[in-house]
Design a protein around this ligand. Structure first.
Ligand code: GLU
Length: 904
């Protein structure tokens, strides 16, 4: 009897039976949670550290919305003497399970985010309470300095959970925009609307299953740029692939409850994997893919096991419970209290598992995660006592590595301006970027290949590029779109100006140009009666005439100086009275004009000096005549064209031809802001005159062709037009020099990368090739190439032929010296021979020359007797019965040699 009593007492004290059933309710999508539920109980049983009894997991599948099925499953579990029910996930069936557990005093353990969670006697929920998490989101919104945001939610329960966020700011400025994701899988329209509305700060609340699709579509519509910031409420953000978004500079913040690097997580996952291996399967769970719901199931089972151990000290009877009857389990309340009172001090996969006196999870510690180009990084922590501790030093958007444009999507604004942006000609309807082509479109494509970004083109429909309106204090056009963050980049024939540079940033210029005038092609000039004069400029004609006169006179004078030009006019008469000189003034003029006209004359110089003059003159005439002939040929073959004005000054100084430029463009602003009064006056005229400022270059071109109108346009655009439209041409030079650049918002982090990529394209010659193709080949380029005149020939001026004049002048000076030398020699010889003083002889010669009269010269007679006394010298020495007649008769040339006249 005593041993029996002893046994009975022992059984009563040891409490729990050897096997304890626990039920688990799972949806069909929760296969892994179900496995974790089973494996955790198996681990507890095999290790025997927490409980020395055997836990038996009874997992059941429940349909998410069928309460009837759910209740019958719960009844079935109660009949199986379960001491606790885990799950199901929050939804329509969970309140039903909750109330059944309440009725039967069976602990109900939940692990999901439940909006309806209240303090219940028999309920314990390991998931942080929604209000706790909402506090965290509010702390983050404040820490990130958001003044307004969009709450993008998946279903109404999400909105309820996050309702406190809606009251965070003063409602006056509508700081919170609510948007619900589409019920079907295509959320693009909503995301596009958000982009158009300029919504940059987004709290995204959706299940982890929906999240990848939403992020993907956000990227597709351009809502994943560096301008957007996201807070993602899902605690499982780390389990999805974020690689496509980590280089785009989008500021994505998430939260993490499970640290995949902690030892406890690694060990738990390893144990599950070992159990799975024994079955020859691969669970496919890694610390990185461990979701919060799996971790919470693990922690819930562990917590339950700890509570059971404490209950083990009591006498616990277990019996099947009938749903139809009123009976309940007597130990449920104790068990639930053991779970909540915190004495078990359980450190689970989700951190310390503790509850406050309301029965809600407390002392929660969450990691604040941010997506950077290195992946998801922990940047701080938050604990449920409200302490947000951000440890990150560098804002995630300041990523400067070369990869940072990878997978980033830019919204690129362009305008329909040929050839920078054009609609592609196609027989089928095109969509998206395929609709456009052109130089600007190709340039963006090349840059995207180099830097790895994506792009979507948008059109500036009104074709306004952007100028600052002083009245409204607002920018217009494309610049305004950039400032309003409607676009990230703008590319077209957008000129870099100082005004614009103050508001936005530009890349280095990809094209250089200047302002010029587009006007009707110049008409043919009527032939000029005196066009033979055209090959030489007036200066040259004057110089020609001067040197002709000069050389003729010089020849005449030299003829007189030079002794050898005085000849016996009658060679048959041996004793002439006088000598004759062929270089009279008329003859000299005749001789030079004869050679200038390439005809020659009967006059031939005899002396060295005069021959030198003749030679140099012939050389001069050869060059001049050849130059004249060559240039005349050019004048005769090239059609001369004429335009009513040749440059901007001539255009400004007339009133017949109207002129203008593109409204609000940099060209018209050039006239407005110019320091030159003439340009400012032209601007005044342009704005006062109606109908001269065109809305686009095409309109300007139309006016040029239809009216008497000149259009100021950028040279590159003029070049494009004149390649295709042969009726118009550029008139005059460039008024300035500037460049086109790609515009972006100020201080954009990608500016440098874009600029250096543009430079690389320039250096490799790719830009030049692209320009050549779009200007000269595509869409009718090169049509007017034959019409392009090489320009009117220009008359030769002094600069062209000055050298010949110099040579002529040099030759003349030299020949003067030679002439002088010839004279001196002869005078010297005569003075020696005739025994007359040299100076006297020379003076006599000079006197004769200075008379400048007549072409004959009497022969001087010397006293021969005087000469007999002295011995004869030199070449003139002869027999005594001869009288030397004159020095003028002695020439070394031809017939007029020393004449010895016999004495009679
Ligand atoms: N490229 C000019 C601009 O950026 C437009 C054309 C013009 O003004 O000639 O404003």
């Amino acid at each position: 009897m005593v041993p029996l009593l002893h046994l009975f007492l022992l059984a009563a004290v040891s409490g729990l039976p050897d096997t304890i059933n626990i039920g688990g309710l799972f949806h069909s999508t929760e296969t892994l949670e179900e496995l974790v539920f089973q494996y955790t109980t198996q681990t507890i049983n095999s290790e025997g550290m927490i409980l020395h009894k055997t836990l038996v997991a009874l997992p059941k599948r429940v349909p998410p919305n069928d309460s009837l099925v759910a209740s019958s499953i719960v009844c079935h579990l109660l009949e199986q003497r379960v001491v606790g029910i885990f799950g199901p996930r929050a939804g329509p069936t969970s309140p039903l399970v909750q109330s059944m557990c309440d009725t039967k005093d069976i602990p109900h353990v939940e692990t999901s985010w439940d909006t309806k969670q209240r303090r219940q006697d028999f309920l314990v929920n390991l998931h942080p309470h929604p209000s706790t998490l909402t506090r965290l989101y509010m702390d983050l919104v404040s820490a990130w300095g958001w003044k307004k945001f969009t709450l993008l939610y998946e279903d109404a329960s999400g909105l309820v959970r996050l309702s406190s966020l809606l009251t965070m700011f003063d409602k006056k400025d509508n700081p919170v925009t609510l948007r619900q994701l589409a019920t079907h899988k295509n959320h693009r329209q909503i995301l596009r609307d958000m982009r158009h509305a300029g919504e940059r700060n987004i709290i995204l609340d959706c299940s982890i299953e929906t999240l990848p699709e939403v992020l993907k579509q956000a990227q597709q519509v351009g809502l994943m740029t560096s301008d957007q910031s996201y807070i993602i409420t899902s605690l499982d953000l780390h389990t999805i692939d974020l690689e496509p978004y980590q280089h785009g500079g989008t500021n994505i913040t998430g939260l993490r409850m499970v640290d995949p690097n902690s030892t406890i997580v690694e060990m738990a996952v390893k144990r599950w994997a070992d159990l799975e291996l024994r079955k020859g399967k691969n669970l496919g769970i890694s610390p990185q893919t461990l979701t919060v719901s799996m971790a919470l199931i693990h922690d819930a089972v562990q917590l339950f096991a700890h509570a059971l151990r404490r209950l083990d000290s009591r006498a616990v009877n277990m019996r099947p419970l009938d749903c139809e009857s009123q009976d309940s389990w007597g130990h449920g309340a104790s068990l639930i209290n053991f779970m909540k009172d915190g004495q078990s001090m359980l450190r689970g996969l989700t951190g310390m598992v503790q509850f406050d006196n309301e029965g809600f999870r407390t002392n929660i510690m969450l990691d604040i995660m941010e997506l950077s180009y290195k992946g998801l990084q922990r940047v701080g922590t938050w604990n449920s006592s409200g302490k947000l501790n951000i440890t990150r030093l560098v804002p995630p958007t300041s990523v400067h590595d070369s990869e940072s444009l990878h997978n980033r999507t830019f919204r690129v604004l362009t305008a329909l301006s040929h050839p920078y942006g054009m609609l592609r000609e196609s027989t089928v309807a095109l969509k998206g970027n395929d609709q456009y082509e052109g130089f600007g479109i190709e340039l963006i494509h090349e840059l995207s290949l180099m830097l790895g970004f994506n792009y979507t083109f948008e059109l500036q429909l009104d074709n306004v590029y952007g100028s600052y309106n002083n009245k409204t204090k607002q920018w217009t056009g494309m610049i305004q779109q950039l400032l309003k963050e409607e676009a990230d980049l703008a590319i077209t024939d957008l000129t870099i100006t100082s005004d614009r540079e103050a508001a936005v940033d530009f890349t280095t210029p990809f094209m250089s140009l200047g302002i010029s005038i587009l006007y009707k092609r110049p008409t043919e000039e009527a032939p000029d009666l005196f066009s033979f004069m055209a090959p030489l400029s007036t200066d040259v004609w004057i110089c020609m005439f001067s040197v002709y006169m000069g050389v003729s006179i010089l020849l005449w004078i030299m003829g007189r100086i030079c002794p050898y030009e005085w000849n016996n006019p009658y060679p048959c008469i041996e004793e002439p009275e006088e000598l004759e000189n062929q270089f009279t003034l008329q003859n000299s003029l005749w001789f030079t004009i004869g050679s200038l006209m390439q005809q020659g004359s009967e006059i031939a110089p005899i002396a060295v000096s005069t021959r030198m003059v003749a030679g140099i003159w012939w050389f001069f005439t050869l060059i001049m005549v050849s130059s004249y002939t060559a240039n005349l040929a050019a004048f005769l073959t090239v059609e001369s064209t004429t335009s009513p004005f040749k440059n901007v000054r001539e255009l400004a100084n007339q009133n017949v031809i109207k002129y203008g430029a593109k409204i609000g463009g940099s060209t018209v602003n050039f006239f407005r802001d110019s320091a030159d009064k003439m340009y400012r006056d032209m601007y005044k005229k342009m704005i006062e005159e109606p109908g001269v400022l065109a809305s686009s270059n095409n309109e300007g071109l139309k006016w040029v062709k239809e009216r008497n109108y000149a259009y100021f346009m950028e040279s590159t655009s003029i070049q494009y037009i004149t390649e295709r439209d042969c009726e118009v041409a550029q008139v005059g030079e460039l008024l300035d020099t500037k460049g086109y650049g790609i515009a972006m918002r100020k201080d954009s982090s990608y500016r440098n990368q874009l600029s250096s990529a543009v430079l690389k394209l320039q250096e490799s010659g790719k830009l030049a090739k692209m320009k050549n193709r779009w200007w000269k080949e595509e869409r009718g380029g090169g049509r007017c190439a034959d019409n392009v005149s090489s320009g009117n020939p220009s008359p030769l001026n002094l600069l062209n032929v000055g050298g010949v004049f110099v040579v002529l002048l040099g030759g003349l000076v030299l020949s003067c010296f030679v002439a002088l030398y010839e004279l001196l020699c002869k005078v010297h010889e005569t003075s020696r021979r005739e025994k007359v003083p040299f100076l006297e002889e020379l003076m006599a010669e000079f006197r004769f020359i200075a008379r400048c009269h007549g072409s004959t010269k009497p022969i001087r007679k010397y006293n021969s007797q005087e000469k007999e006394d002295s011995p004869p010298t030199g070449e003139g020495t002869g027999p005594q019965n001869f009288v030397r007649m004159s020095i003028y008769g002695d020439t070394p040339y031809g017939f007029n040699t020393n004449m010895k006249v016999p004495l009679t």
